[in-house]
Write a protein that binds this ligand. Structure first.
Ligand SMILES: Cc1cc2nc3c(=O)[nH]c(=O)nc-3n(C[C@H](O)[C@H](O)[C@H](O)COP(=O)(O)OP(=O)(O)OC[C@H]3O[C@@H](n4cnc5c(N)ncnc54)[C@H](O)[C@@H]3O)c2cc1C
Length: 483
């Protein structure tokens, strides 16, 4: 029987291990962390999956679960096709994404969500990403997403736990606290993984060990010095090990190494240390108010479109501000909704006037008052603005219902975009575009799909789609090689 070694027990690694095993291989899954670290970034995630669908039947065939209050007599869900999905990925990467990877992700997304559901992952409709019930009809905006079941940021665990159980049940051998240190090669072919106490031989190795966001030196070198001390939103173990080993073994690099996914987060919470720990809460309510820096100035369009397609820009915008910090400001029109849906345990500062709020958060009061007055004057009936810079394109309403509230926000780094180049079947490619024999990669360890930005939900989907294909390709090609 061929043997496949997978490095990393996150979503891409579990998907690769399961699909390689189902394709008939013996599978050893190496995980750097202990059992408590299972899941990598996915364990911290919000569990949002972006996938194509033709209409309500595609959705209800995956999920029978509804959040409380989301049940309806009928579901209104205009299609979200692979063409629209692909176009969105291309547009958000400024045309730089590899079209073959884009097409694969979009095309295989629905089937892969079904595959996850068949392995025990449960999905539900979710109101924070726009699903809502009106007059007995559940409306799903196109391209808005199902999430795994569970509460808030624990949803990620609900993706990982069933997959781990399933992998163990079908005989994947998991070695905890066993990081891949390097790849072993013979005659140009990858023949195993070097670990602390020797070599784990294999006919194929799948790198699924995540990005390099948790390595301070790699952050400094590729993202810039501002990012050296950033708060992490997820795993502390994604230090680029597999990417570096892959490049040393002859794989080419791909993607923007200088960019990343980064959201606004509550600075009072540190980077998490264990998968079971809560990540710093993402402050996704910015589109309901305004975002100002410590000088009291607005610096970004808070409402360019749905938050789920824009939140990954906010961390980067905050990082460019003085002190690398900002404040999300709301009034009583929106404060309750923000607290209810978008702020988790973050505690806001409240004050009866804008000037007092400014004093309490350490922002020049005169300046903040002028900024809010200018913003209020600029708000138009259609929710856009005229005469304020930068504009707020949508959901602009005057901040004039005291008391006012402010949430302190810093950048939280989710993951990096640069990694190993792969083809649509998950083979790692060398500089000449030819596969490195025996080497495969998936998920955040790869580059080529995400550049400046991407639609929320596409990262878990990428990990699942490419983990699954890489595991399958590795097993079938290993069989050929072995056999
Ligand atoms: C807070 C947060 C919220 C998110 N929410 C969403 C969301 O709702 N929707 C969405 O689409 N995406 C979301 N993401 C992104 C998504 O979770 C990730 O892109 C995806 O889970 C990455 O999977 P992966 O398997 O590639 O990497 P990871 O999940 O990071 O897995 C890598 C694994 O490899 C292990 N490892 C590292 N080095 C080694 C080594 N040398 N040897 C062996 N193992 C190693 C790590 O310990 C880890 O377990 C979120 C991320 C975070 C942090």
């Amino acid at each position: 029987m061929p043997k496949v070694v997978v490095a990393g027990a996150g979503l891409s690694g579990l998907a690769a291990a399961i699909s390689a095993r189902e394709a008939g291989a013996n599978v050893v899954l190496l995980e750097k962390g202990s059992r408590a670290d299972v899941g990598g970034n996915a364990a911290f995630s919000g569990g949002l999956f972006l996938f194509r669908y033709r209409g309500p039947d595609d959705l209800t065939s995956i999920t029978q679960d509804f959040e409380p209050g989301m049940r309806a007599d009928r579901i209104e869900a205009p299609p979200y096709t692979s063409e629209v999905y692909a176009a969105e990925l291309m547009a958000m990467s400024d045309g730089r994404a590899d079209p073959r990877l884009v097409e694969t992700l979009a095309e295989k997304s629905l089937d892969t969500v079904r595959w996850l559901a068949a392995k025990g992952v449960r999905f539900t409709f979710n109101r924070t990403v726009g699903a809502h019930v009106r007059n007995g009809v559940l409306h799903i905006p196109p391209g808005q997403i199902l999430t795994s079941t569970g509460e808030g940021m624990s949803r990620g665990f609900e993706v990982i736990e069933p997959l781990l159980e399933y992998a163990e049940r079908i005989g994947v051998e998991i070695r905890w606290s066993t990081p891949l240190i390097d790849l072993v090669r013979e005659n140009g072919r990858v023949t195993g993984a070097a670990v602390g106490d020797g070599v784990v031989p294999g006919d194929a190795v799948v790198i699924a060990s995540g990005g390099f966001q948790a390595d301070r030196e790699l952050r400094r070198r590729h993202l810039g010095p501002d990012w050296e001390n950033v708060t992490l939103r997820g795993t502390r173990l994604a230090t680029g090990d597999g990417i570096i080993a892959g490049l040393r073994a002859g794989a080419d690099e791909a993607g923007t190494w200088s960019s990343c996914h980064s959201a606004a987060v509550d600075p009072s919470m540190p980077s998490p240390q264990r998968s079971a720990a809560s990540p710093p809460f993402p402050l996704h309510g910015f589109w309901l108010g305004v975002l100002v820096n410590r000088e009291g100035e607005r610096f970004v369009d808070e409402g360019p479109g749905p938050w789920v397609k824009n939140y990954s820009k906010m961390g980067k915008a905050i990082m460019r501000q003085p002190g690398h910090e900002a404040f999300e400001i709301f009034d009583q029109r929106t404060a309750e909704r923000v607290a209810d849906q978008f702020a988790g345990a973050a505690v806001p500062v409240t004050a009866p006037t804008v000037a007092e709020l400014a004093e309490r958060i350490g922002v020049p009061p005169g300046k903040l008052v002028r900024t809010i007055e200018e913003f209020n004057r600029a708000c138009r009936d259609d929710g856009s603005t005229t005469g304020c810079t930068p504009p707020k394109s949508q959901w602009a309403t005057p901040l004039d219902h005291p008391p006012f509230v402010a949430y302190h926000a810093v950048a939280g780094l989710t993951f990096t975009f640069g990694g190993v180049r792969i083809d649509p079947d998950g083979r790692a490619l060398g500089g000449d575009g030819v596969p490195v024999p025996g080497l495969y990669a998936a998920g955040e360890a790869t580059g080529g799909l995400f550049y400046g930005d991407y639609p929320g939900g596409a990262a878990l989907m990428r990990a699942a789609v490419f983990g699954r294909v890489a595991g399958y390709t590795a097993a079938t090609e290993a069989e050929h090689h072995h056999g």
